[in-house]
Design a protein around this ligand. Structure first.
Ligand code: BES
Ligand code: ZN
Ligand code: ZN
Length: 500
């Protein structure tokens, strides 16, 4: 799918998309098209029954066939509710629905007359960009492993007609950068775990070198030398080598400026290890590398749009499998930080991976802050379902910035507490700590565990176990991998850290 940009002219297309307000009054250039068609369009929509109800609170639409005097076989009129109050997300959703409508009817040549829709909250340039982003994200599909019933649709070409088409065109690569980052994340997460192993995820991270990202990959030998006994303990039962991939994007004019850092849990498959998970639902654990998928996708977006920021992405890549070398419940391991951990449950492995990845990032890069993402606990799904991701942080400012960015992108965060009383729940009788808590608040004790591997660096942990994967179709995400976090963090970087 691709967009092209044109001034407001009347051209030959199969479908023309125009907009009207809640009182059925055509907006902008649509009035001109209506004139040419001798009021065919306005007459057709004067009756409310022309509009088909859609499951969106912000719009419905009418379809008009062969309007008089126009070189169009159909006109879609989108009736927008109070568009002057439209948000970023409203435009993304509009784009998402537009795509699904167009693809449902298998339309190919489509022209959108994007004119006269003025929101108080967002510029005309940004509103068209967000709409296009919504369409691109909704158009994601993954049929690589299908050999039959592969739907080979003609690639969609959509024209955007606008008086500011040149500016929209100039900004389009930024839109594509986000869509490409999200697509990369979704591909990594959707790939089956027999293909998307730790070395394979590392290879994908390394592929970002094409875009100017410096990439370093540590294997088991290097990590053993460094003493990363915590991360390494997780991969011991797997035939696939554990890896740590480090991606470095230097986009700030001051190349020496402290970087910001993103760290991801990359468990390519989580069987639970010796503390084996039940068979029912275990297949979902292919998305236990979702955090690392987001970090790789985000780095791709930042590099593609040449973000004016210095950013580090670190992903801890392991497979948590059973095997004769696998870690046993009650084994004690020594982390890279020097702290010892009694592994009481091998299924609480994400925190073991992040412990060493966080410490490494902090030691090596002295970042301004660290944000880690992880499908860390089932308990966060109990608390927040699939609507919000959990946010845990030692820093109020960082939390607010993340929450704010999440609200804009509809990748919402809900902050949970950290407290020394919770921290006591992970003390071990024989080591510095144990990897599961003694009490009920499983997501909090997991976060307390991570905090033991963060010194004074501002830090936030996003528990995305409930939001990485969707079992229902969303306005800008098909079923499956959502890439929750890429848009949020891209907005966060752009809004608060770029060029500063
Ligand atoms: N990867 C899981 C968490 C998870 C659950 C992610 C559901 C996505 C959906 C994690 O490694 C895990 O197994 N956590 C355990 C921790 C427990 C043993 C303390 C859990 O949440 O049950
Ligand atoms: Zn687990
Ligand atoms: Zn896990």
């Amino acid at each position: 799918m691709d967009f092209q940009f044109k001034p407001l002219i009347t051209e030959r297309d199969h479908i023309g998309v125009v907009f009207c307000d809640s009182k059925n009054r055509l907006l902008g250039y649509a009035k001109k098209l209506d004139q040419i068609s001798k009021k065919h369009i306005s007459t057709a929509i004067s009756n409310d029954t022309s509009f088909q109800r859609r499951k969106s609170k912000t719009f419905d639409y009418a379809i008009i066939h062969t309007p008089a005097n126009l070189k169009l076989s159909k006109v879609y009129v989108f009736r927008l509710s109070d568009y002057s109050k439209f948000s970023v997300r409203d435009f993304q959703i509009l784009g998402g629905h537009l795509y699904s409508l167009i693809s449902f009817y298998q339309e190919d040549k489509v022209g959108i007359y994007f004119d006269g829709i003025v929101s108080k909250n967002i510029s005309a340039l940004n509103s068209s960009s967000e709409m296009m982003l919504g369409s691109l994200l909704a158009s994601y599909k993954f049929d690589k492993y299908k050999t039959v019933n592969k739907k080979e649709k003609k690639p969609l070409k959509i024209k955007i007609y606008s008086s500011s088409y040149l500016r929209i065109e100039k900004n389009y690569p930024n839109v594509v950068a986000i869509a490409e980052g999200v697509t990369m994340t979704r591909n990594l997460v959707t790939e089956p775990p027999n293909f998307m192993t730790p070395p394979e995820i590392a290879k994908n991270a390394a592929s970002l070198e094409t875009y100017g990202v410096e990439v370093k990959i540590l294997g088991e030998k290097e990590m053993t030398k460094l003493g990363m006994g915590s991360l390494l303990s997780v991969g011991r039962g797997s035939e696939h080598e554990s890896k740590l991939a480090i991606m470095k994007w230097t986009g700030h004019k001051n190349k020496k400026k402290k970087p910001i850092a993103f760290i991801g849990k990359g468990v390519s498959f989580d069987t639970g290890g010796v503390s084996l998970k039940p068979a029912n639902g275990m297949q979902e654990m292919k998305y236990d590398m979702g955090g690392s998928g987001v970090v790789v996708g985000l780095m791709k977006t930042l590099a593609l749009r040449k973000a004016k920021v210095n950013a580090i992405g670190v992903v801890g890549l392991v497979e948590n499998h059973i095997g004769n070398m696998a870690t046993r419940p009650s084994d004690v391991v020594t982390s890279y930080s020097g702290q010892t951990i009694e592994v009481l449950n091998t299924d609480a492995e994400g925190r073991l991976v992040l412990a060493d990845a966080l410490w490494y990032t902090q030691e090596q890069y002295k970042p301004e802050f660290m944000v880690n993402l992880a499908t860390l606990t089932g308990a966060i799904v109990v608390a927040l379902g699939n609507e919000y991701a959990g946010l845990f942080s030692n820093n109020d400012k960082l939390s607010k910035q993340l929450e704010e960015s999440g609200k804009i992108e509809d990748e919402k965060l809900w902050r949970f507490p950290l407290h020394s009383n919770f921290d006591k729940m992970i003390n071990s009788p024989i080591a510095d700590m144990q990897n599961i808590g003694t009490g009920h608040p499983g997501s909090i004790t997991a976060a307390q565990f991570l905090q033991r591997f963060v010194n004074k660096t501002p830090w936030a942990h996003l528990d995305i176990a409930g939001t990485t994967w969707t079992k229902t179709l969303l306005p800008t995400s098909p079923k499956g991998s959502t890439a929750f976090g890429v848009k949020l963090l891209n907005r966060f970087v752009n809004k608060y850290y770029e060029g500063k």
